[in-house]
Design a protein around this ligand. Structure first.
Ligand SMILES: C[S@@+](CC[C@H](N)C(=O)[O-])C[C@H]1O[C@@H](n2cnc3c(N)ncnc32)[C@H](O)[C@@H]1O
Length: 445
């Protein structure tokens, strides 16, 4: 069998996540791994221009990743997207969404990841596989097959469920398996789940944290309920298991890239532990162990989202002065002026992903921020600072040391990225939606 029978049956009956294709006329949904700026920074040292770029959406579901990437790649020469899923019902929703947007560069394949070696669709520069591998019978086999579809410098954006933060959900799944013993009718299983949910006493583990989860059910209805409580194959991962899995498949984990506490900072013990002695001891451990500690400590990593690469360190670095630093998602306004108005004062900022950072300005912080316009390279910014301060002898090394500290603060929470000055910026999603919405505006009907 090239897929799990019950998994296919679920997604034929309950295409996940629920999406109404009509909504494409008014909004573009972004997916966390799918921003071209982010892929470029983490996977291509900021040097990818995305022409001739080939993408595989493996287990594309109702199409959010395919639509988002196709929309961003629309104007790139020969860029191409292949959507693959075992569920024809999900593929129909995805197809309809793309059709409404007028996206023509997507090839639709109703098939299994496990058949990719015979389908001759690759190789690909980028593979998106979000919320899929934890539903395969053998996730090692699945990841190895995807690895085999990548170009030599190719990368993947992956999301798998977090075992620890989903503990209460897994208890509920176990409970529902017991309750639904011998029950084969999907609707009856859903009905039983609703009865159980309304019968949970306050002492129940899930009941104690249900607010964290029930928005999914409120938003997606029975589709969300089935996915959360009744999935026939749902394997949660912890950090150490992810490293073991990824490395045994010959890939490198580039970074964790989820939102809020699922970003890199949520995987760092220092985010939660302030005791210097214990922190020093933990900091001496290998990085995966430190991250495993943070995962259990925080209890907030419901999803592990990360990039994988065939090459060890493909991300852009500030040491390359031809890189252009830019704020990702939102640019904080008036920061340089705020620093100049309160010299030496620590400023607290909240990122678009709602993480707060404390910025204690150093000598050049306000100057960096003043010249950081999303177009100037680090080299150009340094030259401008030398001019401003009339300090021609200020060395790149001196400026870079300080710039790296500032960059680290913002990059750790995913708020600042780099792009090489040989490639242009990627258009923001809001701008991309404008032309689709225009087609459907009353004036054009
Ligand atoms: C939870 S949904 C995620 C959909 C989508 N990636 C997203 O993030 O919205 C899982 C999807 O994986 C698909 N799937 C499961 N096993 C598969 C396999 N062996 N090959 C291809 N697709 C598979 C299912 O049909 C379903 O659409």
């Amino acid at each position: 069998m090239d897929y799990l029978k019950d998994v296919k049956e679920q997604y034929e009956n309950y295409p996940y996540p629920f999406r109404d294709p009509e909504e494409e006329k008014t909004r573009l949904l972004a997916t966390e791994d799918g921003y071209l700026d982010k892929i470029n920074h983490y996977c291509y040292a900021g040097r990818q221009n995305f022409d001739n770029f080939r993408v595989l959406i493996a287990g594309g579901g109702t199409g959010s990743a395919a639509v988002f990437l196709a929309e961003q790649l629309r104007d790139h020469r020969n860029a191409e997207i292949v959507y693959l899923d075992i569920s024809s019902a999900s593929m129909n929703v995805a197809r309809k969404r793309a059709e409404i947007r007028g996206l023509s560069r997507i090839t639709w394949v109703n098939n299994s990841i496990l058949n990719l070696p015979e389908l001759n669709l690759g190789p690909f520069d980028y593979i998106n596989c979000v919320g899929v591998l934890h539903h395969l019978e053998d996730h090692y086999k699945g990841l190895r097959i995807l690895h085999g579809q990548l170009q030599d410098d190719g990368c993947m954006g992956v999301m798998v469920y977090g075992r620890h933060a989903r503990t209460a959900v897994y208890q509920m799944q176990e409970l529902m398996r017991l309750v639904n013993t011998d029950e084969t009718n999907m609707q009856a299983k859903v009905d039983n789940t609703k009865i159980i949910l309304s019968s949970l006493p306050p002492s129940n583990s899930f009941k104690r944290c249900e607010r964290e989860w029930l928005t999914e059910v409120e938003e997606y209805g029975d589709i969300g309920l089935y996915d959360l409580f009744l999935h026939s194959h749902d394997h949660g991962f912890d950090v150490l298991e992810i490293y073991d899995w990824v490395e045994s498949c010959g890939l490198h984990l580039v970074d964790f890239i989820g939102p809020e506490f699922e970003s890199r900072i949520g995987y760092e013990p220092k985010t939660f532990i302030t005791h210097p002695g214990l922190l020093k001891k933990i900091s001496a451990l290998p990085r995966p162990r430190q991250q495993a500690i943070a995962e259990i400590l925080s209890g907030r990593i419901q999803r592990h989202s990360f990039y994988l690469s065939r090459r060890p360190t493909p991300q852009a670095k500030p040491d390359d002065l031809h890189n252009v630093p830019f704020f990702f998602k939102t640019t904080p306004q008036g920061l340089s002026q705020a620093i100049d108005g309160n010299p030496g004062k620590t400023i607290t900022l909240t990122s678009p992903d709602r993480i707060s950072v404390h910025l204690t300005p150093s000598r050049f912080t306000s100057k960096f921020l003043h010249h950081l316009d999303g177009a100037a390279s680090i080299k150009t910014i340094f030259a401008a600072i030398r001019r401003d301060l009339d300090a021609p002898h200020l060395s790149d090394g001196e400026l870079l040391d300080e710039f790296k500290s500032l960059y680290k603060i913002f990059n750790d929470i995913g708020w600042m990225l780099l792009r090489h000055d040989s490639v242009g910026p990627c258009p923001p999603p809001a701008g991309l939606q404008a032309r689709v919405s225009k087609r459907y505006s009353p004036e054009n009907s």
